[in-house]
Design a protein around this ligand. Sequence first.
Ligand SMILES: NC(=O)c1ccc[n+]([C@@H]2O[C@H](COP(=O)([O-])OP(=O)(O)OC[C@H]3O[C@@H](n4cnc5c(N)ncnc54)[C@H](O)[C@@H]3O)[C@@H](O)[C@H]2O)c1
Length: 628
Amino acid sequence: MSIPPPTTSSITRDLRHLFSSVTLRRAMLNPNPWQRRVWKQDHIKVVPDKDRIMKWNIVPGDFVRQIPDRFNQNDNPERYEVLSVDKWQNKVYLKGTRYKTEAKAKWVPYSKLQLWIGNLSLHEDGETTSVYATRIGSTNLKYNYRKKRFEWVRYAEATSPPMPFAEKRRIPWPKEKQPPYRAKQNKYYDTEADNALDKTWLPFVPQGKVSTFNEESYIGDLFTNKDLPSQWQASIPMEHIIASELTNPHSRARRQERWQERLAMLERSKQEYVKLELADLKGRRRQDAKADGVFRWKIAVRKYKARRNWQRWVRRGAKAKMEMRIKRRHRRSARKLRRLRMMKLKDAKNQVAIITGAGSGIGLESSLLFAQEGATVVLADINLGAADAAAALIAKRTPNAKTMVFKTDVSSEKDIKAAVDATVERFGRLDIMFNNAGIMHPQDDNAVTTEENIWDLTMNINVKGVWWGCKYAILAMRKNPTDESLGLRTGGSIINVASFVALMGAATPQLAYTASKGAVLAMTRELAMVHAREGIRLNSLCPGPLKTPLLMDFLNTPEKRDRRMVHIPMGRFGEAIEQAQAAVFLGSDESSYITGTDFKVDGGISSCYVTPLGEPVLAPPKNLSAAT
Ligand SMILES: NC(=O)c1ccc[n+]([C@@H]2O[C@H](COP(=O)([O-])OP(=O)(O)OC[C@H]3O[C@@H](n4cnc5c(N)ncnc54)[C@H](O)[C@@H]3O)[C@@H](O)[C@H]2O)c1
């Protein structure tokens, strides 16, 4: 949109265009003093309705022509540029007319003009025709806060020749070519008082005694007083300013009016008191009775003031009460927010979690538990069948839970990226990333016997897989949309599964596995520091030996199992659900101050020197997948 030019003649002494012609004629017949002063000038005539400029849609810089004669086919009036618009007399001055000099420009009534839109090609043949707007409409005024001025758009409601399509066509405002139009250099400005542009909208401060101070005198003074500071905003149409002033109950004029009313009321009441005393002298002299009247009046005024002050106090009390109520409301909402921050996963119905390796062991138990706690669970596993079975189990146990199954090989960057992208696309966010998938290869042994391909495979899944998971989760968590009322915040929690073997040595070696889990610990610690201020927490989960396929397939003989059991203080292998509980804790806001930690859930194995004797008294908890 081109810049709307200031309506250069928006300030005018004559506001008649604001009133209907009926009001106007009545006012002209019986003008009040201000109207008499301003309008009593011979050359001003009442402008016929059809000529009144209601919308200031023609401005200097526009091109116009006079309406051609309908009955004369050959009538093709010339196009002229508008020099200025006289809102007082509703005339438009045209540049280069009559004597071909600006000084001698010709004027034409507004209603006799058509506005040139441009040379437009109306048909497909490419020929252009001059198109004129015969009826101009405009949008409402809108205040542009950045540019600090009013703006509006004008459009052609009808054109000559008619346009082939029915829609209204916007007419751009002429571009400002020259320095802003200055009334003082132009003889044809709409008022003879050339200082019109120097007027301001700062409240007018009357000098000396003001006998009648009302809106009319206020507006009158605004146009006649020459000493007002100059802060005129040329783009604000006068009508708007006056309308806002007339409706402002706190305007200076209104306040003055009220004050004067009050003084008059006091004076009247004084006279009434005096009159009462004078009516019945009771043997007093007249002046004594008068003095008594004034005395009684003073007491009455004092009482009146006291009552008024008391009412003010009451009102202030009501105000204070209201403020208290507002404060209480704020306190309550703050408390609610705090509660949301302290929220467990259980309350966070909207959290979305990706669990890798969700088809079995820790991943399966975690999927069930996360879904039970209210999270949306994305089950990512290389074994699609296992992941589907897990999803089916979730659907059976928690029918309301939202789940998505995704075939993912964590060692492939492409797969992980696709899983994260699909999650964000479907559920809008990612709050928890549980990098759980991992392998322990049967041929993984000591430094001498382990093959390089076993080492690479283990590293690719256990280390690189965690890295990719972290990378794409961080990218997604940064963009998490926030909504405190739903408990949704930016950032999230990433849980990387390491192992207790990364913390202590074992004489039953799995070299690649142990090294990979050590790498997970170090990587997690570092990433936790990097992203600590982004609301992203990263923790390693170090499970002890568990009764899951991963370990039990490996410990396939009683000897192998016993060799380990003697070192476990609790006297039993852990259950996958015990790791899932820890994962839920690390994923939830209950662990909001925990990041970069090696979170051990190992039955005390990493703190043990000598194990106790005897059987454990407590039975292990039941896995969710095992429960009927
Ligand atoms: N079981 C334990 O005793 C024990 C102890 C310490 C740490 N851990 C670690 O816990 C994690 C889970 O162990 P678990 O016992 O549940 O194992 P699990 O073998 O029962 O389950 C692992 C899951 O990961 C999936 N998976 C394997 N490779 C994958 C890949 N490349 N991409 C995607 N998914 C893949 C498998 O399909 C399987 O569903 C592993 O990282 C493991 O190292 C296990």
